[in-house]
Design a protein around this ligand. Structure first.
Ligand SMILES: Nc1ncnc2c1ncn2[C@@H]1O[C@H](COP(=O)(O)OP(=O)(O)O)[C@@H](O)[C@H]1O
Ligand SMILES: [Mg+2]
Length: 456
């Protein structure tokens, strides 16, 4: 069994680690943009490519190495159509085809799909083009009361969304940004600004079956107490009961239902003969990982966005406690025969904290500086991100997130203390968020949800 893994990053290291824990002992062929030392240790072959969107070069490597299947980590190659290309060339690929990946690459497509199929989880929204841009002001002022979010309608590396009161001070600024988005990608989504607690739900999808992972909460802000600029994610936690402390059972069930209904909607949308629907992942259907970013609000669960791949760091939490064979899960996704029994997670809590260079995300001042790590024991994991290794083994910082350290415990508090102690032992010009997974921060979320719900 040979698996082609296209991804760098700690998410890639976590996927490689999960593959290597499979009883099927696959060989891994890695294509990545950096020489991730963690993936290097686990892979039989490692190819470094400047970009993962040069599909012809990726295909060349795939044809030469002849994998049994491919797994794609990041969104750019998926949106560019890597799954279409590999499958045309006989390589089954764990990622949706380009057309279906629009769920992530076009926020307008995702909102329109939810609306068309009556999946009621969107905030008030409107898609604007040049034609209707004259009513932007009216929509923002009269319908959203000046509380709005402007969303770039194409992939933008997490930098396309601007929120009123945070990035946009006035309606005028919002309109200017919206018009720029229309200029650059033809349309823009403007939607109501929601208040509540965000969380992520990732599901394995084989076309028709949707099997869920434990829920995770991410922390995007650079510094403690959710302050500072947004980052790729500074850390995450998950709970032993696979829910989150600020959610009710009905919230979790609703998020799961939204993922199921969305997969069904995609099947209807892309298969012209709706009766009967293609079974067992046949026809044009969504295969891969479906990631829903949600917000629990006073009016229930709302969808913020879909991603067509694992989140980073969310993947680190869930893959650390995956108890079943990840290779078999990938095979199930591809064959359309994925079952609940194939996907088992330990009833453990996890806390992931990212170690980052001191000046991340604003500057790149620590590039090339040495960093040293403590020994990792059974109840923890460490996944390498943007880090390089000298021939003598010395590890050096890149400019982005360095390593994700995951503590695993019976409770969030136990997992937090394991992750925190390990982070404190890292030596080098780095920092991390001490508050992620702590009682104080989680209580804040519980209190916020209680306030929102009691204000009804
Ligand atoms: N309707 C909304 N109301 C409030 N905040 C939002 C809304 N949509 C997005 N956000 C905020 O902006 C962040 C980024 O938006 P998202 O749609 O996830 O785009 P991306 O991850 O591609 O940047 C979200 O994590 C959330 O904090
Ligand atoms: Mg997001």
């Amino acid at each position: 069994m040979r698996i082609l893994l296209m991804t760098s990053s700690a998410r890639g290291h976590a996927i490689a680690d999960a593959l290597k824990h499979s009883p099927q002992h696959p060989d891994i062929v890695s294509i990545a943009t950096t020489a991730n030392p963690g993936i290097k240790e686990l892979a039989e072959e490692q190819f470094i490519e400047r970009s993962l969107t040069n599909l012809d070069r990726l295909l060349l490597i795939a044809k030469r190495t002849k994998p049994n299947l491919a797994i794609i980590g990041p969104e750019d190659p998926i949106a560019a159509g890597i799954a279409d290309l590999l499958e045309e060339n006989g390589i089954p690929t764990v990622a949706p085809k380009k057309m279906l990946a629009r769920l992530e690459s076009s926020k307008g497509f995702a909102r329109d799909l939810l609306q068309k199929y009556d999946i009621d989880c969107s905030p008030k929204f409107k898609v604007f083009t040049k034609e209707n841009s004259k009513i932007l002001n009216n929509f923002i002022e009269q319908e959203l009361w000046g509380e709005y979010v402007v969303k770039y309608d194409a992939l933008k590396g997490g930098k396309g969304v601007k929120v009123s009161g945070e990035h946009l001070a006035t309606t005028r600024e919002g309109i200017t940004y919206a018009l720029r988005c229309i200029e650059e990608c033809g349309q823009v989504v403007v939607e109501e600004k929601l208040t509540g607690c965000e969380f992520s739900l990732m599901s394995f999808v084989d076309g028709s079956h949707v099997i869920h992972c434990p829920l995770v909460q991410d922390h995007k802000r650079a510094y403690d107490k959710d302050t500072g600029p947004n980052t790729g994610g500074m850390g995450t936690y998950s709970d032993a009961n696979h829910s989150l402390p600020f959610l009710k059972i009905a919230d979790v069930e609703r998020a799961k239902e939204i993922q199921r209904l969305t997969v069904e909607a995609l099947q209807h949308e892309f298969n012209p003969h709706p009766n009967p629907l293609p079974l067992k992942g046949e026809g044009i259907c969504y295969k891969g990982i479906l990631y829903g970013g949600y917000m629990a609000t006073r009016d229930g669960i709302k969808l913020i966005e879909f991603n067509c791949r694992f989140g980073d760091p969310e993947a680190l939490n869930i893959l650390s406690i995956l108890d079943s064979d990840f290779v078999a899960i990938c095979q199930g996704i591809l064959s359309g025969e994925l079952t609940e029994e194939m996907v088992r997670f330990a009833k453990k809590a996890t806390v992931c904290k990212y170690i980052v260079p001191e000046s991340y995300p604003d500057k790149k001042e620590q590039l090339g500086k040495e960093v040293r790590f403590p020994n990792i024991k059974r109840e923890s994991r460490m996944y390498y991100g943007d880090i390089s290794q000298d021939p003598d083994g010395t590890l050096r910082l890149g400019t982005s997130r360095t390593v994700g350290i995951v503590g695993i415990g019976k409770t969030i508090s136990e997992a937090e203390s394991i992750a925190q102690k390990l982070c404190e032992q890292v030596q080098g010009p780095v920092r991390f968020r001490s508050d992620i997974g702590t009682h104080a921060l989680i209580q804040k979320r519980i209190d916020l949800m209680r306030r929102l719900r009691s204000a009804l």
